[in-house]
Structures are given as C-alpha cells and as structure tokens.
Design a protein around this ligand. Structure first.
Ligand code: HEM
Length: 461
C-alpha cells in the first residue's frame, strides 16, 4: 500500500469514527494510528526489529510466552496464575509459598521485596567479604568430603552443591560458613536433589522421608528461622537462589578452567583471578570482562532451561500440558550465535564486542549500513537467562552474574586450572577425551565427576 492511499484512508476513517461513542473512538484511533505509523516506517519509535532479514520468528513467540503477552496477561493476578499452575509440583515437593507458586498478589509482592533486599550486595567490600567466606567454605568442604574416595579425591558435584548452599545461607540468612554443620548441609542438598527429581514425575508422590530429612537438616542449620509458617519457610528463598546457582557454577568452572584450550579464553580466566573480587561493583573493563565469564556460562548452561506457563486451551494436536519458552534452545541456536554456538567463549560478551567481529568489520558505517549488525540484535533478544519483561529475576540487576563469577574465580584460586594441574575425572571416556565440547547438564549427569585434589593453588592467586 502506498503512503498517499494511506493518508486518504486515514481521513475517511476519521470521519466515520467521529460518529461513534467517544471512548471507543479514542481507543480505535490509537490502534489504527499505531498500525499506520508502523507501516510508514516508524519502527524505531516502537523498538520493532527489522523482520525482513531471515528471522527466527519462534524466538518472538518464546519471548511472548516468557513475558506473558502470549495470553494478553496485563493483570498481575492472571500472570501469577499462569506461572503458578505449572509449578504446583513445587508445592507438593517443598511446600513452597513464594512468587513461583502463589496466585496471591500480596504474597508475591512481599516475597519479591524480601528476595530483592536479601541479594542487594551493591558495595565492593560486600563482595570481598563474600570471597573470603567462599574460600573458608571451600576449604572446609574439601577437607570434609574426601572420605571414602581413594587418596585426596572429592565428589565434584557434592562439593559444588554444599559450597553454593553454604554461601547462599550466608547471603540470605547471615549464617557463618565456618560454623555450618557440613553433614547436615550435605543431607539437605541431597534431599533437595532427590525431591526435585521426584517432583518432575507427575505420577510420583514426593518421599515423606526426604521431606523429613530436609526439614530436620534446615532446623539444625537455621535455628533462628524455626518454627515457621508457609510464608516464612526458609525454603521459599533457598530454592530460587541455591537451585539456580550450583549447576551453572560447576559447568562454567569446568568449561573455562578445565576444558578451554584457546589461549585467549585461558587468559580471560587468569585476568579474572587477578581482578575479582576487588573489581566487583567498580564498573569499567576489568569488571565487565570478568562478568563475561558468567554471561557465557548462563548462555550455555541456563539454570532455567525452559520457562513454563499454563496453556490457555488444548492445542490442535491435543496437547494439554503447559507451554514453554525454550531458553536453552535459543542460547545454543546457531542462527543466533553463529557456527561456534556450542563453544564456551566469554569474548562474545566483551564490552566492545568480540575481537573476531571487530577485525572482520571492514565496512564503514553509512546511512543504510548501521554499525550494529543484525546478529548482535538477535543475540540481545535471543539471550534471556533471567526471564523477560515485568517478571524478570531480581538477580538480573547485578547479583546473579557477580555471584557466579565470584564462585568460579574462588574455585580456580583454590583448585587451579588444567594448566596448573587441575584434574577432573568424568568417568566417561568420550567426555574425558573431548575438549571445548558442550557438557551434559542434566541433573544426574555430573554425579560421577571426581576432582583429584592436589595443591594446585593458582599462581595468580
Ligand atoms: C544465576 C542465578 C539466577 C537465575 C539464572 C535466575 C533465573 C530466573 C528466571 C528465569 C526468572 C523468571 C521466572 C519467570 O518468568 O517465571 C526468575 C525470577 C525470579 N527469581 Fe531468579 N534466578 C537466579 C537467582 C535468583 C536469586 C539469587 C534469587 C533470590 C532469592 C531469585 C529470586 C527470583 C524471584 C523472586 C523471581 C520472581 C520475580 C517476579 O516474578 O517478579 N533468583 N529467576
């Protein structure tokens, strides 16, 4: 349609709608002007992507699931309902009463406020202190858990779970990690793991034994939080914080400290070991480059692989279950990230872009070729580890990437990297031989990974 025709149609349309009720007239006019401006090329005003390049349209669809707009859900209570329905398994397994499981607007608001306040570590000295706390926790765990395994070996997954758990108990409840009963922490994390697996199977009833073990362990670890009610149950905070953390930290650490063989990626880690935690909340290049490690970990191993919402109606194929935005799928999609989508490469997230792209960008910007190419735009929208829109995670504001970076760096400081003698036995021949390959990230995939402990403290520590 040509612009001249459009102007004529707008004029005759105006005459017709003036005879209608004033409220519907205003609404209708706004909608029509919006559509017309879009056609006339005012995309920029509305932040619309240029869809003329071959665009993965499902990506928009998945973002609309994550931000609830697929259901036109502008009302908070309705959004909570759409999220809570697929999460009833978390009520059955853990009796959670938080933003993920409630329909109650006030419960959601109170919980969100509490969670946001708990993770508001916005000063460098908070992070320096947390670095020391992580080292204390790591030392005690490594000493405590080498039992039963031949000379100085440790179950890598168990250490990661208990260290992440202890650090989060400090952040959320102020618990001193040197005073944590590690056997109880191990019991709690094991029980959480088993209950989580059970909750995924809709036909299974969560084990009463595991629930009792978990509650008893938490009462010993957090005596000040008990007795509690559904809304003050410490698990409400522990689950979204700890459960999102331990696997992404473990997989990021293994990817960069053990698997990486590109000298630039190895140097990224060394630089981070020199700068973290002192650079955190200082801004500038050292911090941005250190955080790029966490960003890349969250890309390849997003803790929330899929964001589920209740389905509005049965699909044409008869599907009744929830709909899901495939976070992990988009984070690994080669249409968005290029051929090396599966390679762990923190440089993608460097403040001034990837060196490779800077070298290849020989075209000077002109009026029609803007300096921002299409691919980085897709990457911006194809990356959503903390969700999309109004219900984005409060940890997206700074805590999430910083805590992952801090834990990965403190692990490297204590255990070293492959070049300084770190040895991880995957108990899987294919994985042992491969380098720079995607690691399996299912809940039970890391169970047999064993850490060989020698004193491999990092030279830059
Ligand atoms: C790296 C760590 C984390 C990741 C990747 C992550 C991921 C996410 C995602 C994907 C959502 C959106 C869920 C949805 O749309 O339904 C979310 C929401 C939320 N997360 Fe996190 N999370 C992390 C850490 C935390 C921590 C430490 C806390 C603090 C206890 C937390 C508390 C919350 C809360 C309260 C919401 C609900 C926000 C709302 O509904 O407005 N998360 N998180």
């Amino acid at each position: 349609m040509q612009r001249g025709n459009l102007a004529y149609q707008v004029a005759s349309f105006n005459t017709q709608v003036l005879t209608m009720n004033p409220l519907s007239t205003v609404g209708l006019l706004c909608a029509v002007y919006f559509l017309i401006l879009r056609r006339l090329g005012f995309r920029k005003w509305f932040r619309l992507p240029n869809l003329s390049v071959s665009f993965p349209c499902d990506l928009i669809g998945d973002r609309q699931i994550a931000d609830f707009s697929f259901a036109g859900a502008t009302n908070l209570r309705y959004r909570l309902e759409l999220r809570a329905m697929p999460n009833t398994r978390l009520i059955r397994a853990f009796q959670l009463n938080n933003s993920f499981t409630t329909n109650d607007v006030q419960v959601h608001r109170d919980f969100l406020k509490k969670a946001s306040q708990a993770i508001r570590l916005i000063r460098t000295d908070n992070w320096v202190k947390l670095g020391t706390i992580t080292q204390t926790s790591l030392d005690s765990c490594l000493k405590h858990f080498k039992d039963g395994l031949p000379y100085n070996h440790s179950d890598h997954e168990e250490v990661m779970r208990v260290v992440s758990f202890s650090v989060m108990l400090n952040v959320l409840f102020g618990v001193d990690p040197s005073a944590i009963n590690l056997d109880e922490a191990r019991k709690a994390t094991d029980a959480i793991n088993r209950l989580w697996v059970q909750s995924k199977d809709k036909d299974s009833i969560p084990s009463l034994y595991d629930q009792t073990v978990l509650n008893n362990a938490l009462e010993i670890l957090l005596p000040a939080e008990y007795p509690c009610e559904a809304s003050t149950n410490p698990l409400n905070l522990i689950m979204p914080a700890y459960e999102t953390l331990w696997r992404v930290v473990l997989l990021t650490f293994v990817s960069i400290a053990y698997q990486a063989d590109d000298p630039k990626t190895i140097e990224e880690l060394r630089e981070a070991v020199r700068n973290v935690p002192q650079c955190l909340y200082q801004g500038g290049d050292p911090e941005s480059k250190a955080l790029a490690i966490a960003k890349e970990g969250l890309r390849l191993y997003p803790p929330t692989k899929r964001i589920y919402r209740a389905r509005l109606c049965v699909s044409p194929n008869g599907e009744k279950g929830p709909v899901a935005a495939d976070v992990e799928g988009w984070h690994r999609d080669s249409r968005v990230w290029g051929d090396a989508a599966g390679v762990f490469d923190p440089q993608r997230f460097h403040p001034r872009g990837h060196e490779r792209d800077r070298e290849n960008t020989v075209v000077a910007p002109t009026d029609d070729i803007q300096p921002t190419p299409a691919i980085p735009y897709y990457q911006r929208i194809g990356y959503f580890p903390f969700g999309v829109g109004r219900h984005m995670c409060p940890a997206a504001a700074g805590f999430g990437e910083r805590i992952i970076t801090l834990l990965v760096v403190e692990l490297t400081r204590r255990l070293g990297d492959r070049q300084t003698g770190l040895k991880i036995n995957f108990n899987n021949l294919k994985l042992q031989k491969a380098s720079c390959t995607l690691l399996p990230s299912g809940r039970s995939d890391m169970e047999n990974w064993v850490l060989e402990l020698r004193d491999t403290r990092h030279p830059d520590a």
